[in-house]
Design a protein around this ligand. Structure first.
Ligand SMILES: C[S@@+](CC[C@H](N)C(=O)[O-])C[C@H]1O[C@@H](n2cnc3c(N)ncnc32)[C@H](O)[C@@H]1O
Length: 341
């Protein structure tokens, strides 16, 4: 029984628009935050951590257009890949782009945890788990299907649920954004829960649980914070910054990413993106009473949210103030329109 999961949306959104890592400068900085070296991406850092091991068969969660497994195959990190995703159109793209590479694809709802084939020695979560509703069920299944010496590699958004940033983070991002020249500033809009539910309801549905639930079933081998509390907010979907002159971009990218690093140092719990390498803790799967309690907790959480119009938590203070303000502005606009017509 999967309950209500959020599948009815346009998956092509993931490959359009400008993200903070559309900038080379940001990619190099994220490399440094993971591997300690601007030139070493997570894949090569991962290779080093596992002592150059080549994985026989990797399961790629919510693989999208398949670029992650193509990269892993081409780098010789894995010998075979199985990609799963809900979106048919993206799976078609992945199949076409794979060509002769040993990659197979299946359409499924990850929340069912009914993964195909088997004999995996690696599971890859790249920007995938923050879309999972039944995170306990899925992570438990992954710990079951991996052998004791298998690995679970994660590169994911682990920030606030449905991007409901804390007031402290939001105010810090507003202040940094205000320092930018007007023509490069982000249009700062606090993510509106109802819009998120309509456009991509699985977005960050349980990003806030990814790390804690992973720790139930996995031993953490390597864990690095990539930050993003300020940099992601200011640079993502910021067309004005993207269209600025290269020398202006270079100047402000350094300032933004330095501020982002400083914020991360002062608030390590604020990291929005993490790299985590883990191995299954098989003992965790023997604690039957605990497993039953976690299943009940998950089912109750989802049933309660369904009754509550998809809401899981009370809104942040900033969201309450912001939404009230928006509704007053909307009311005034409607009155003015009525008055003028
Ligand atoms: C942010 S994209 C990441 C895609 C890919 N991992 C990448 O990095 O390019 C999230 C992916 O999750 C998929 N997805 C979301 N909910 C899903 C579900 N319940 N079952 C399977 N796939 C799902 C979407 O179709 C999309 O491809």
């Amino acid at each position: 029984m999967t309950g209500e999961v959020y599948l009815d949306y346009d998956s092509s959104v993931y490959y359009h628009g400008i993200y903070w890592n559309s900038y080379d400068y940001v990619v190099r900085e994220l490399n440094r935050r993971i591997s300690g070296d601007h030139e070493t991406p997570w894949t090569e850092h991962f290779r080093k951590t596992v002592g150059g091991r080549v994985f026989k068969k990797a399961l790629i969660l919510n693989c999208g257009n398949g670029w992650v497994e193509r990269d892993l195959l081409q780098r010789g990190l894995i010998a075979e890949a199985v990609g799963v995703d809900y979106a048919d159109s993206l799976l078609e793209e992945a199949r076409a782009a794979a060509g002769d590479l040993p990659a197979r694809y299946y359409q499924l709802d990850t929340n069912t945890a009914a993964f195909p084939e088997g004999d995996y020695d690696l599971v890859v979560n790249f920007a995938a788990a923050h879309h999972i509703t039944y995170i306990d069920r899925v992570f438990r299944k992954l710990a079951e299907l991996l052998p004791e010496d298998g690995y679970f590699v994660n590169y994911d958004y682990v920030g606030p649920h449905r991007n409901q940033y804390s007031t402290q983070q939001w105010l810090a991002a507003l202040a940094l954004n205000a320092r930018l020249p007007a023509h490069m500033r982000q249009v700062m809009r606090y993510p509106y829960l109802l819009t998120m539910k309509l456009t991509d309801p699985s977005e960050a549905v349980h990003s806030e649980l990814v790390i804690s639930v992973m720790k139930r079933y996995f031993r953490i081998v390597d864990h690095k914070h990539m930050g993003g509390a300020l940099g992601y907010l200011i640079l993502t979907h910021n067309d004005r910054f993207w269209n600025a002159k290269p020398e202006e971009q270079a100047h402000w990218l350094k300032i933004i990413m330095d501020a982002d690093a400083d914020y991360l140092r002062r608030h390590p719990g604020s990291s929005m993106f993490d790299y985590i390498l883990a191995q299954p803790d098989k003992h965790s799967l023997e604690r039957t009473a605990q497993l039953e309690a976690w299943t009940r907790e998950e089912e109750t959480r989802e049933a309660t949210a369904r009754r509550n119009n998809g809401l899981y938590y009370r809104q942040t203070l900033y969201a309450v103030v912001f939404y009230q303000l928006m509704s007053v502005v909307g009311m005034i606009k409607r009155r003015l329109l009525r008055h003028n017509s």
